[in-house]
Design a protein around this ligand. Structure first.
Ligand code: C2O
Ligand code: CU
Ligand code: CU
Length: 449
C-alpha cells in the first residue's frame, strides 16, 4: 500500500480465516486481509491514516519505530473500540527506515499479534534506486516477516500459552515467512535485498545462509548505515528489523537458516526452551535465470549517518527487566493462577495509571538496561537510540546503527534522546518485546515535556 503519492492510508482490522496448511482453516486476524497487514510505504511528511476496528474487541495500532508524538503513537492509551475508526495525521520526520505496526492493548498484545494484527512499514525517501539498491518489490527486493507457530494435528494454528509459555514466551515449532509455511523465494541472479522483521511473540532468530555466503547489512531499526557491512550472521529478536543485501549473481540456491537460541532461566534446565535443539530452516532460495536482476554490485554509499550523541552530562537511568518470581517458581505459578503480574521492570509491573518517569525534549539520557535471568529484547517508543556498550564492551556490529529495539543479554547501555512530546494522557511505553512478558507487566511508561 504505497502512500507516497496519495498520503492516505485506510486500515481495517478484522477477524478472518487463513489456511496455513492446505485444507485446515485457522482463526486469524489481519489489517485489510485475513492475516497480517499490507506493507505500508510511507513518505516523509504527513500522511492521513484511519484505522477501523471490525474486531470483536478493543485494539490499537502502534507505529513501532516511528518518532512521532505520544498522542498518535497508538499505544494502550489510544484504544480503538469495536466499530470505531481512529483517524490521525501521522507526521513522519525521520530518515528512511524499516518500521512496523501492531496492536498494543495491555494484556492483549500477545494473543492479537499472534492472531495476525501486525504489518510492515517502510519509511521511504524515494532515493533507493539512486542509492544503487534493488527496488523491484517481490523480485529483487523482498520483505520477509519471520514468525513461529504451533499447529494442532488437523493443521489449525493454536495459541494456548501454558504457565511455562507465559513465563518464558510462546514459541512455535513451525516457521512462517509472510504467513506461509515451506515456501521458496525465487530470486534473479543479482544482488537481492531482504527486509527482515521478526514479528514472533518470543523467538530469537540467529540467521545465516547454509552456504556461509556473507550478509551485507545495510539498515537497522532506525535507518541506513553509512555503507554496507559484511557479517556472517545476524541475530533478530522480536521487534527487531534488519535489511540485508545478498549476492545471488553466482546462480546458486541457498537456505536461510537459524540457530536455535535457547532463552531460559536457570541455564536451560527444566524450564528451558528446547535448549540444545539444532539449527532450522527459515526460507529456501532458488535463482531464476529468466528474471533480469538490475543490481550486480554492492553500493558504496548508503547515506546513513549516526553522529555520536553527547552523553557526557547525561542523567542516568537504571532499568532492570525482572521476572516477578516472588518465592521462586512457585511464586510465578501462584501469580499466574491468581492473575497477578508475572513480569516487571525494576520490580514493578506495568500500571496504566502510573507514570514511571518524566523526560525532557532534547535531553540526552544514558540508560543501562539489565536482564538478570534471561534475554529480553528491550524497546522504547518515540525515539531512535544508540547502543554504546554491551556487557561493558563494544556493541555488536549489528547494533552500531540507529536502534529502537535491542536484545539485552546481560547488560546494554544506550544513549537516548526524545525530540517529540508525550503528555500524561498519552505517554510513551518502554518494554520487553517478548509479547507474553510485555502483557505480563514488563512495561513502563513515561512522559516527555
Ligand atoms: Cu512494537 Cu511497544 O511495541
Ligand atoms: Cu514501539
Ligand atoms: Cu522479556
Amino acid at each position: 500500500m504505497d502512500a507516497t503519492g496519495s498520503r492516505r492510508v485506510a486500515l481495517v482490522a478484522a477477524r478472518g480465516e487463513t489456511e496455513f496448511v492446505a485444507g485446515a482453516a485457522s482463526r486469524t486476524a489481519g489489517f485489510n486481509g485475513s492475516y497480517l497487514g499490507p506493507i505500508l510505504r510511507l513518505p516523509q511528511g504527513e500522511t492521513e491514516i484511519s484505522v477501523r476496528n471490525e474486531m470483536d474487541e478493543t485494539i490499537s495500532s502502534h507505529w513501532h519505530g516511528l518518532v512521532i508524538p505520544g498522542e498518535v503513537d497508538g499505544g494502550p492509551h489510544q484504544p480503538v473500540a469495536p466499530g470505531d475508526t481512529w483517524t490521525i495525521a501521522l507526521p513522519v520526520d525521520q530518515p528512511a527506515a524499516p518500521a512496523w505496526f501492531h496492536t498494543h492493548m495491555h494484556g492483549r498484545t500477545a494473543p492479537l499479534v499472534h492472531a495476525g494484527l501486525a504489518g510492515v512499514i517502510q519509511i521511504s525517501d524515494g532515493q533507493d534506486a539512486a542509492r544503487g539498491l534493488p527496488v523491484d518489490h517481490g523480485v529483487d527486493d523482498l520483505t520477509l516477516v519471520l514468525q513461529d507457530k504451533r499447529f494442532d494435528r488437523s493443521g489449525r494454528m493454536v495459541y494456548d500459552p501454558a504457565m511455562h509459555d507465559t513465563m518464558m514466551g510462546f514459541l512455535g515449532d513451525v516457521i512462517t515467512v509472510n504467513g506461509q509455511v515451506g515456501s521458496t523465494a525465487v530470486v534473479p541472479q543479482s544482488i537481492v535485498r531482504l527486509r527482515l522483521l521478526n514479528a514472533s511473540n518470543a523467538r530469537l532468530f540467529d540467521l545465516s545462509f547454509a552456504s556461509g555466503r556473507p550478509l551485507h547489512l545495510i539498515a537497522t531499526d532506525g535507518g541506513f548505515l553509512p555503507a554496507p557491512v559484511s557479517v556472517d550472521r545476524i541475530s533478530l529478536a522480536p521487534g527487531e528489523r534488519a535489511e540485508l543485501l545478498v549476492d545471488f549473481t553466482a546462480a546458486q540456491g541457498d537456505r536461510l537458516v537459524s540457530r536455535d537460541v535457547a532463552n531460559s532461566m536457570m541455564g536451560g534446565g527444566m524450564m528451558g526452551n528446547r535448549a540444545g535443539a539444532g539449527p532450522f530452516d527459515v526460507l529456501a532460495f532458488a535463482t531464476d535465470s529468466g528474471v533480469q536482476g538490475r543490481i550486480d554490485h554492492l553500493p558504496e554509499d548508503l547515506g546513513g549517518s549516526r553522529p555520536r550523541l553527547d552523553g557526557s552530562n547525561a542523567p542516568r537511568r537504571q532499568i532492570s527487566l525482572d521476572m516477578m518470581m516472588g518465592g521462586g517458581m512457585m511464586g510465578g505459578m501462584m501469580r499466574r493462577l491468581t492473575g497477578a503480574s508475572t513480569h516487571g521492570i525494576n520490580g514493578r509491573s506495568f500500571d496504566m495509571e502510573r507514570i514511571d518517569f518524566e523526560a525532557k525534549t532534547g535531553q540526552v539520557e544514558r540508560w543501562q538496561i539489565t536482564a538478570p535471568m534471561m534475554k529480553h529484547p528491550f524497546h522504547v517508543h518515540g525515539t531512535r537510540f544508540q547502543v554504546i556498550a554491551e556487557n561493558g564492551g563494544a556493541p555488536k556490529v549489528q547494533n552500531r546503527g540507529w536502534k529502537d529495539t535491542v536484545l539485552v543479554d546481560g547488560s546494554v547501555d544506550i544513549l537516548v534522546r526524545f525530540d517529540r512530546t508525550a503528555p500524561r494522557n498519552a505517554p510513551y511505553m518502554y518494554h520487553c518485546h517478548i509479547l507474553e512478558h510485555e502483557d505480563g507487566g514488563m512495561m513502563g511508561q513515561f512522559t516527555v515535556a
